[in-house]
Ligand binder design. Sequence first.
Ligand SMILES: *[C@@H]1O[C@H](CO)[C@@H](O)[C@H](O)[C@H]1NC(C)=O
Ligand SMILES: *[C@@H]1O[C@H](CO)[C@@H](O)[C@H](O)[C@H]1NC(C)=O
Ligand SMILES: *[C@@H]1O[C@H](CO)[C@@H](O)[C@H](O)[C@H]1NC(C)=O
Ligand SMILES: *[C@@H]1O[C@H](CO)[C@@H](O)[C@H](O)[C@H]1NC(C)=O
Ligand SMILES: *[C@@H]1O[C@H](CO)[C@@H](O)[C@H](O)[C@H]1NC(C)=O
Ligand SMILES: *[C@@H]1O[C@H](CO)[C@@H](O)[C@H](O)[C@H]1NC(C)=O
Ligand SMILES: *[C@@H]1O[C@H](CO)[C@@H](O)[C@H](O)[C@H]1NC(C)=O
Ligand SMILES: *[C@@H]1O[C@H](CO)[C@@H](O)[C@H](O)[C@H]1NC(C)=O
Ligand SMILES: *[C@@H]1O[C@H](CO)[C@@H](O)[C@H](O)[C@H]1NC(C)=O
Ligand SMILES: *[C@@H]1O[C@H](CO)[C@@H](O)[C@H](O)[C@H]1NC(C)=O
Ligand SMILES: *[C@@H]1O[C@H](CO)[C@@H](O)[C@H](O)[C@H]1NC(C)=O
Ligand SMILES: *[C@@H]1O[C@H](CO)[C@@H](O)[C@H](O)[C@H]1NC(C)=O
Length: 577
Amino acid sequence: MYYSLLLTAAFSTVARAATFGQWCGKYYQVGAPMPASRPEGSLFPYPSYSDTPLLDFQCVTASSLYLEGDDANDPPMILIDTNITHDVGQPWYGDKSGNLTVEVWVDDWQPITTGSIQVGSLGSLLPFSTANLTASTQAYNLTCKASINGREFWTNSTLRYLPPNPHGGNTVKIDRKSGSLVVRNETGGSDARERIIPFGFYDNYQGSSGTQMYNDTLNRLYAAKQYGFNFIHPVAPNSNSTPWPDWEGFLHYLDVAEQLGIWIMYDMRYTWTNTSSVTEQVTALRNRSNILLWYTGDEPDGAMDPLISTGIAYDVINTLDGYRPVSLVLNCENYYFIQYGLDGSDLLLVDPYPIALNGAWSKRYNTPVNVNFGDSGCDNCNGTFYDITETMDSSIDRARTQGKYRTTPVWMVPQAFDDGQQEFWYRVPTGDEEAVQTVIAYNHGAMGHCAWNSEYSTPDILSNASFIAGQLYAQSRFIIDAHDSRQTVYSNLSYPGINGIDLASWTMYHPENNTHETLVMGSNFNYIASGTFTTFSLANVTGTVKEVLFGNVTQAEDGSALFSLPRTSVAGVILQH
Ligand SMILES: *[C@@H]1O[C@H](CO)[C@@H](O)[C@H](O)[C@H]1NC(C)=O
Ligand SMILES: *[C@@H]1O[C@H](CO)[C@@H](O)[C@H](O)[C@H]1NC(C)=O
Ligand SMILES: *[C@@H]1O[C@H](CO)[C@@H](O)[C@H](O)[C@H]1NC(C)=O
Ligand SMILES: *[C@@H]1O[C@H](CO)[C@@H](O)[C@H](O)[C@H]1NC(C)=O
Ligand SMILES: *[C@@H]1O[C@H](CO)[C@@H](O)[C@H](O)[C@H]1NC(C)=O
Ligand SMILES: *[C@@H]1O[C@H](CO)[C@@H](O)[C@H](O)[C@H]1NC(C)=O
Ligand SMILES: *[C@@H]1O[C@H](CO)[C@@H](O)[C@H](O)[C@H]1NC(C)=O
Ligand SMILES: *[C@@H]1O[C@H](CO)[C@@H](O)[C@H](O)[C@H]1NC(C)=O
Ligand SMILES: *[C@@H]1O[C@H](CO)[C@@H](O)[C@H](O)[C@H]1NC(C)=O
Ligand SMILES: *[C@@H]1O[C@H](CO)[C@@H](O)[C@H](O)[C@H]1NC(C)=O
Ligand SMILES: *[C@@H]1O[C@H](CO)[C@@H](O)[C@H](O)[C@H]1NC(C)=O
Ligand SMILES: *[C@@H]1O[C@H](CO)[C@@H](O)[C@H](O)[C@H]1NC(C)=O
């Protein structure tokens, strides 16, 4: 009985699959089945709430990798978090006072560092020496113990201590304290490191050398430079060009990008499940000095690729080039997030496109959309900017509950294209909406921006993106250096968190004069009438205005910041206190 039921289910799945497509595990066409629940096992396994506070002890290397002979440039550190939570960790009886004794070993109990770390703290660093380690492409196992009053907390991770990059090119590390990227150009022989806020666009790579389309592609590369984007993510025209229409033309394109000082996010969307092809591409390009990231699956969760496929591609790339991170983009709101995302990447992008979208109706497929059925173009979205903040928050939080808060930064893919109303959206986003998407994504922890897509974009979107990029670069001391201080803050208006005002702060302390500086970035994403303003002050942030960076912010009589924001607008201000 049991078996025959299973068989029936299996057969009917096959039969349906042949007739009706699925996206994110949902049927979406007229006449397709409408299941009453999501596929078994596909939803994210959130840990349950614990009444007893828990100590979430995390212990990873502060850089995603260390290079032999590079200790002076990037002093090796262990990064320790001892957060108190109610969902991850082991029971903690007591308040947040007291220090834990932390001991760290590699492999067979070879001690590498110890220290005293406060309970409930984030981002403590313990230096360690590589003197007794042999550089290897094989990762070391890291074992960490924290003890206090006879109680012990254990956690494990890995330590990557690699030989000097044998391919030349460049080495790209993830700085786990901030989630930013650190690039070292190996080709020039200099050991200088550049810590960056990656900001770029996907672009359609079109045509073969010498043709008009190819020249247009190159011209968009020059334009990216003009706009101040620091990387570009070229996409091959279609799956027939595996990987590119003409390889020589593509190499020339890479040369031009290199001359311009633009990094490349290298896309393998049509080839990433073909191990031989991935091997050919990574081997051919790993000696280039401007490959920032490898990129495998483009919405593998939407396309429902085999669950282990992103992990397989990850391992292949990592074996060929352990010197750069592997990335991919997820499209579904909640469909095998761990298997596709966390198990298959060092860095995760998310691409909810909620603007001018009806979350309850599929314009493209003419069906209603709900949590179990349909494809509106933005999975489980309501068609508001909260879909973006919610996706950022949940992606980061899911990584956290899997012990990957530090090891898997999340990037935002803003909706920055015109689909000619052919697909799911009713109009092209405005430049203002691009700025809003970016600011709220950074407010919610994004550490990179890769918008879709500069060929289908508008001058309005591109110039606003350019403006915001410049603002973010200029505030890297907050966004990178003060990363752990980021928090949600509120206005003095009612309904905080649901009133269409999104605010976050980053704070740094200056011991030399005992003062603080706080960056506040905000957005009013209400579609209020043009020419009207939403006026508010900050409810729970102290400080007087030091510098208005952008947006309609003035100084009140007491020196505090007064925001007066029109529809879909952004603002940034630095306070001192
Ligand atoms: C720390 O724990 C709180 C819950 O107490 C949680 O909201 C927050 O995301 C955690 N932060 C990190 C970095 O783990
Ligand atoms: C590291 O841990 C993994 C998984 O537990 C194990 O398979 C491997 O043998 C360990 N490596 C070393 C060098 O101890
Ligand atoms: C407790 O740990 C903190 C780091 O989290 C350190 O700065 C401080 O010195 C430690 N205190 C003691 C008494 O060891
Ligand atoms: C290296 O190992 C030796 C022998 O175990 C030990 O005495 C020494 O302290 C270690 N050095 C470092 C820097 O860990
Ligand atoms: C961590 O590693 C140690 C030493 O290899 C091992 O004994 C222990 O079982 C591991 N713990 C976990 C939670 O994996
Ligand atoms: C890396 O350095 C080499 C040699 O100085 C230079 O030619 C190349 O353009 C640099 N690459 C990047 C991306 O800056
Ligand atoms: C493309 O640019 C090249 C180099 O500038 C030029 O020689 C060629 O004529 C251009 N092709 C077209 C179709 O415009
Ligand atoms: C996989 O890639 C290799 C190398 O590029 C190619 O020869 C082969 O045809 C590809 N296989 C498939 C199924 O596309
Ligand atoms: C979408 O709408 C539903 C129903 O009103 C609500 O429960 C949910 O929180 C909303 N999601 C977002 C991201 O705003
Ligand atoms: C502002 O209030 C929110 C909600 O209570 C809180 O999460 C946040 O930490 C507060 N921020 C500051 C700067 O006090
Ligand atoms: C305090 O010092 C910092 C760093 O030197 C400086 O940027 C800031 O303006 C100073 N603040 C005041 C109030 O002097
Ligand atoms: C700033 O907001 C005020 C309303 O509070 C408005 O009168 C003024 O025109 C706005 N300034 C700009 C530059 O939008």
